[in-house]
Design a protein around this ligand. Sequence first.
Ligand code: GDP
Ligand code: MG
Length: 597
Amino acid sequence: TPLSHIRNFSIIAHIDHGKSTLADRLIQVTGGLTEREMSEQVLDNMDIEKERGITIKAQTVRLNYTAKNGETYELNLMDTPGHVDFAYEVSRSLAACEGALLVVDAAQGVEAQTLANVYQSIEHNHEIVPVLNKIDLPAADVDKVKMEIEDIIGLPADEAVLTSAKSGIGIEEVLEAVVARIPPPQGDRDAPLKAMLVDSWYDPYLGVVILVRVISGTLKKGQRVKFMAQGTEHLIDRVGCMRPKIEQLEQLAAGEIGFITAQIKEVSQTAVGDTITTVKNGATEALPGFKEVQSVVFCGLFPVDAADFEKLRESISKLRLNDASFTFEMESSAALGQGFRCGFLGLLHLEIIQERLTREYDLDLITTAPSVVYKVVMTNGDEQFLHNPADMPDVVKIKDMEEPWIQAVIYCPDEYLGGILKLCQDRRGIQKNLTYVGDRAQVTYELPLNEVVFDFYDRLKSISRGYASFDYEQIGLRPGDLVKMNIMVNAEPVDALSMIVHRQAAESRGRHMCERLKDLIPRHLFKIPIQAAIGGKVIARETISAMRKDVTAKCYGGDISRKKKLLEKQKKGKAKMREYGSVSIPQEAFIAALRMG
Ligand code: GDP
Ligand code: MG
């Protein structure tokens, strides 16, 4: 296809504003899908994606559209991941396009994530076409949302396209706007090959499939190519596009988006953002913007039943086949047994993997408290990075510690602002900006990531009744007064419960955990102290009193029903007991303590 007849675009939208529904409609109208196939959302192809309404792995489709001017165009629609954890993948998808459809729910208006994506899109010099979706809803307020787009985003909205993706209104208009308003790609097709690796995934039939945008030159079947950042060479055995069904092609020329396969076994052999060129007469300079992905949040994953360890190992390895952005290594804990220490791009990424292991692989798992990556400067000048409290060096050897900070943008209706400001303040936040648009506040905070991984989203959602949206970017490391807090049962530290916390937050977290354990650990014939300590200093304590011989259920302190359940399980012989200084603790107690977050 000549460059003048190609349009590459993505759809940006806040979650639930209708991105997937619109994409499916565009595919349907241009003939890629039948009505029946339409009924299953095509672009979100995993269960969890469907349920949570987020897109985890990007999928791209090629549409042929004959416009009102009689010309036929090749439209490449790039679906981008819908969450901040995947910001780098999003940036590469955007870099592969010349324009974007900005889908805004006409009843909800502009949200924080809309904004973040729009700014990124503008940074990539995209032509942005506003689309007001869900105009079929009685609550739709087109004029108000147009005003918001102009005031908040600064885009002219008078030419916004009005759609109902659900009922199929305005779809032709969207396609016409794509052709008329989004510029065609540029690129010298006779120059040496440069193709950007946008995404990759594992397909059981094809092996690793790589999504590319050809920037210059031509990518052909049978070519020997080099992945410049990775430093590896491969033979291209397939070239094609998705409509959304796979169609094989002979080549992809500059300006085009499509996929290749090259007998690659694992997605970890492909790096998003890498430049693909030919081995012979290849490009000498890679495309700008390559970044290696790095895990931001870590936690331990343990099977509840130790017998499931091998199954967990297999399942994790399988998941990793399709997601090179999480890491894992073996970890063993006295309280929880054998498991894995895993690294993720962010909290949502962690949740997704955890959920897939539970659901798709039918594993019962226990997750330890998430940790960020700290930098430790030792008194002897050495530096190390730390993401597991278990590896924390002796305090006397530590000179300084640094922790990652983020800049967060929270967007919420005015009435919830007070509670949100307090939450951010409690989490050591530094307010940077506060602006209003109508009755909505947009507040910018700098926050330690450590405070955000600890139930921040949940609190934010409950304070705002789900109306606040949250978006963040990392802004680097800053010194912090961080300490390792141990939880001790009968004077013995319990490894799975230790955590790295800010000194100020230690006492309340410690107290919280002690109270919880008091409820969860069954009484013994002697008193059991439960303590939270920093180094040798106890900062919180609870005591489980001794059990009298004639004990009956009503004598138990704490949460009776929970304790009863524990005891019942114990009776069935299911419980795995751990000994802590002659105290027997059912493993369920740890699990419950950790699960309560
Ligand atoms: P995404 O998260 O942006 O991909 O949003 P989806 O396409 O998954 O849509 C979210 C929800 O909004 C789904 O329940 C859709 O059926 C619904 N939806 C999408 N478009 C429309 C529309 O035009 N009108 C109405 N009433 N609902 C819509
Ligand atoms: Mg979607």
